[in-house]
Design a protein. Structure first.
Length: 303
């Protein structure tokens, strides 16, 4: 009797542990590939880690962060990061919402146009940066000549070599590349809205603008918050277009915090200071993410 009771108890414990055993490989993989590098990277922020200095690696406390507070290049990169992130996310969201609303309506050729619209999202970022660099080059690209013909430029110059407008080039490339992300996610959310709600509102005499304001936006709001949050974090952390198109120049005019981390780590070889810059960026993005999550929870509770 005792043996049977013990066996039943073991089976119950194993059944309780079963979900954790199934998720253990994934948790182990995430720990090894994500959490461990994050912990090591943050630890570098408190150490003097110079790649070519075998005597480096000692604990320096908050010295890297004190240098960060006095670093004018960092503050300039942080300002550019705000401009870069807000501009890219805002225009990607607006154009993505417009595309989603258009693609949500049936029209001839939609099955052909839809994959074409989503095509930029499938192209590697490096190739996008190279292609747009060529387009902005007046020797081989048409964009400077078109802008000059339209009166937008006084001469067909390369804006990537102009300190006042260099950041505009990667912003345009990012908008073209990232708009399909919002179009895909918002289109999926639009197609999940029951058509009966629109039909009932139309019977009640609600116009197109009223239906959009009273039905579409409330249903899309949670998806909007999540996509904007994710895209903001991705863009703020994304330095590929900056590195490929301008390398942060000229004179750091297009440098953002993510590309500044790359510059300090792989050009300056100062991994300790680069980790301090990256840690500061992570903290700022974490605060932003927590703020947006609280806004989303407020939206969901008010519905």
């Amino acid at each position: 009797m005792t043996v049977l009771y013990t066996s039943a108890g073991i089976r119950r414990r194993l059944a309780a542990l079963e979900p954790y055993l199934y998720s253990a490989p994934a948790l182990l993989l995430i720990t090894v590939t994500t959490l461990v590098p994050i912990v090591i990277g943050i630890s570098y922020a408190f150490r003097n880690v110079m790649l070519l200095d075998p005597t480096s690696g000692g604990f320096v406390g908050l010295d890297n962060f004190r240098d960060l507070m006095r670093d004018g290049s960092f503050w300039g990169a942080l300002k550019n990061t705000v401009t870069w992130t807000v501009s890219c996310v805002a225009f990607q969201f607006i154009f993505g919402l417009i595309l989603a609303l258009l693609l949500n309506r049936p029209f001839p050729g939609r099955s052909i146009i839809q994959p074409i619209v989503f095509l930029p999202w499938a192209i590697p970022t490096f190739l996008i940066g190279m292609n747009w660099s060529w387009l902005f080059n007046p020797a081989i690209g048409p964009l400077p000549h078109w802008a000059y013909a339209l009166g937008l430029m006084s001469a067909p110059d390369n804006i990537l070599s102009d300190p006042q407008h260099a950041l505009l080039g990667p912003i345009i490339a990012s908008i073209w590349w990232g708009t399909p992300f919002f179009a895909i996610t918002l289109l999926a959310a639009l197609q999940a809205i029951p058509s009966e709600i629109y039909e009932a509102a139309e019977i009640d005499g609600a116009g197109s603008l009223e239906r959009f304001r009273s039905i579409t936006l409330p249903f899309l709001a949670p998806t909007m918050v999540v996509t904007v949050m994710l895209r903001t974090i991705w863009i703020a952390n994304s330095s590929e277009l900056i590195v490929v198109m301008t390398k942060g120049g000229p004179a750091d005019s297009s440098q953002i915090v993510a590309s500044y981390v790359f510059t300090q780590a792989y050009q300056g070889l100062n991994f300790g200071y680069a980790s301090a810059v990256a840690t500061a960026l992570v903290v700022l993005l974490l605060i932003y993410a927590l703020l947006l999550v609280s806004i989303r929870q407020t939206m969901l509770s008010s519905r």
